[in-house]
Design a protein around this ligand. Structure first.
Ligand code: GLP
Length: 206
């Protein structure tokens, strides 16, 4: 069971996985994937949706079975039922073996935004100003960026057997330092990863 992330950072990883799958070095036939998050209010075939992102960058090009790929449904009639359904799915398949993560400029992982406490379960989140601004680069204007998302919570991430955090770009150096060496606080959500027993960080801070 593979926990997957979106954003620009893992695109190169997905390109490599596609290449290795085509070359027969990596097999997705029995892989189940669980994505971290999805915007609320966006259809899955909308080009801005994270489902579309995953199909385009990975799923359409490898031998994964589409029915084994899970992304939260941001158009669900009842979002709280969708969150519960998503956690049930994660638990039913026995949790995440390897969780791939990026990090936001404000320290978010998935869409777990800075707050007063770490939220354990999959939940609906209102996106902060920094996140809206950062993600507006994929939209025609900041007004078009959805203001809410569904995100897997800290429990499923922290219970993953292994976590791989990818960090790309000198603009992430400040937050990566805070996350890895600062106090563990929900104001820097990624700081919780200091408590994970098997965390690997791969960073290119150029
Ligand atoms: C989004 C995603 C995160 C991702 C972050 C960083 O907000 N929800 O999972 O880690 O962006 O994205 P990027 O890699 O483009 O900097």
């Amino acid at each position: 069971m593979l926990g997957l992330a979106t954003g620009s950072t893992p695109i190169g990883t997905y390109e490599k996985l596609v290449k290795q799958n085509v070359e027969g070095k990596v097999d997705f036939a029995h892989v189940i994937t669980i994505n971290l998050d999805e915007y609320v209010g966006i259809e899955k075939n909308n080009e801005q949706s994270y489902r579309y992102f995953m199909n385009t960058h990975l799923f359409n090009h490898v031998n994964v079975s589409m029915q084994n790929t899970y992304v939260p449904n941001g158009k669900a009639d009842d979002l709280s039922i969708e969150c519960q359904r998503y956690d049930d799915k994660i638990n039913k398949v026995g949790g995440i073996d390897l969780q791939l993560l990026g990090i936001g400029h404000n320290g978010h992982i998935g869409f777990n935004e800075p707050g007063e406490y770490f939220e354990g379960n999959t939940h609906v989140v209102s996106l902060g100003k920094t996140t809206l601004e950062a993600n507006s680069r994929f939209f025609a204007s900041i007004e078009e960026v959805p203001t809410q998302a569904i995100t897997v919570g800290m429990q499923a991430i922290m219970q993953a057997k292994k976590v791989l955090l990818l960090v790309n770009g000198v603009d992430k150096e400040f937050i990566l330092n805070k996350a890895l060496y600062g106090p563990i606080t929900p104001k820097v959500p990624a700081s919780i990863l200091q408590l994970h027993p098997d965390l690997t960080v791969i960073c290119c801070l150029e």
